[in-house]
Design a protein around this ligand. Structure first.
Ligand SMILES: C[S@@+](CC[C@H](N)C(=O)[O-])C[C@H]1O[C@@H](n2cnc3c(N)ncnc32)[C@H](O)[C@@H]1O
Length: 250
């Protein structure tokens, strides 16, 4: 039986379901496709990091939401272990405990047409207890490991001290509707827990986002796709080495 959340399911153009948050009148994904967005905007750009042999890679999933970005990585790892980094850590942040509970139990309305193998990956989580703050699933095979931690609560208060981030998927609701997760303070927090060669990917190219990134010590560039895709451009950001060391950028 479905676990109810306060959102309403909407079918997207690629056949995957998203949810509408009526409180802020925004969907979790673009109407063109939740699954397509996860693959094209987040998974594919991270493949150079994820495919580094012998390495340990940490991905921060900002806004677990319906779990499309996260599950696309889990699925990729199960199918590409031989060419994947030896150790992958996926850290998902989500403040809505009802969503986490529905997602990890495979009982979200948006999961109704998910492939069985995707739902099976989630069985590692067992039962979600409301009192839990961190929840971890671990997959191991052929000398490779994949550890997935979901941290419940406000991302701005999340304890990230156990990780050094290599890839950040910044997928919060829009800067107009959720400005705290696009603030200078937030991007500074990300910087403080990142490796120097970290790369951040986000769908938003809004001026406020670019200004916050810059003020927090990130250099951004606009990525353009020339092939037929629903999202024509998004942002990739790296740390500004001068600011990272405490010098002002000139
Ligand atoms: C656009 S959705 C993410 C979609 C998701 N990445 C996916 O693949 O389905 C944004 C998510 O961020 C969560 N969120 C918003 N503010 C937050 C905060 N301060 N801390 C943690 N999560 C937050 C929302 O509850 C929502 O689930």
């Amino acid at each position: 039986m479905e676990i109810q959340t306060s959102y309403e399911p909407e079918l997207t153009a690629d056949g995957s379901w998203t949810m509408r948050n009526h409180e802020i009148d925004e969907c979790f994904h673009s109407a063109m496709g939740a699954e397509k967005e996860a693959k094209q905007l987040y998974l594919e750009p991270a493949l150079p990091w994820l495919s580094t042999p012998m390495a340990s890679v940490t991905v921060l999933d900002v806004g677990l939401g319906l779990g499309y970005n996260a599950i696309s990585l889990v699925d990729w790892w199960h199918k590409n272990r031989a060419s994947a980094a030896k150790e992958i850590h996926l850290v998902s942040l989500e403040k809505d405990v009802d969503l986490i509970r529905a997602f990890t139990a495979s009982k979200g309305a948006w999961q109704q047409n998910w492939a069985k193998e995707r739902l099976d990956y989630l069985s590692c989580f067992g039962a979600w207890h409301d009192t839990d703050k961190n929840y971890t699933a671990k997959y191991e095979a052929d000398g490779s490991s994949f550890q997935w931690t979901i941290i419940a609560g406000d991302a701005l208060n999340a304890d990230l001290s156990s990780w050094q981030l290599d890839v950040v998927w910044q997928d919060a609701f829009s800067p107009q509707k959720n400005p705290r997760l696009w603030s200078v303070k937030w991007f500074e927090k990300l910087k403080n827990h990142s490796n120097p060669n970290v790369c951040l990917f986000t769908y938003s190219v809004a001026g406020t986002v670019k200004r916050s990134l810059e003020a927090a010590g990130w250099n951004y560039e606009k990525i353009k796709r020339s092939d037929a895709t629903h999202k024509k451009q998004w942002l990739r950001a790296k740390l500004n080495p001068m600011k990272e060391r405490g010098y002002e950028h000139t």
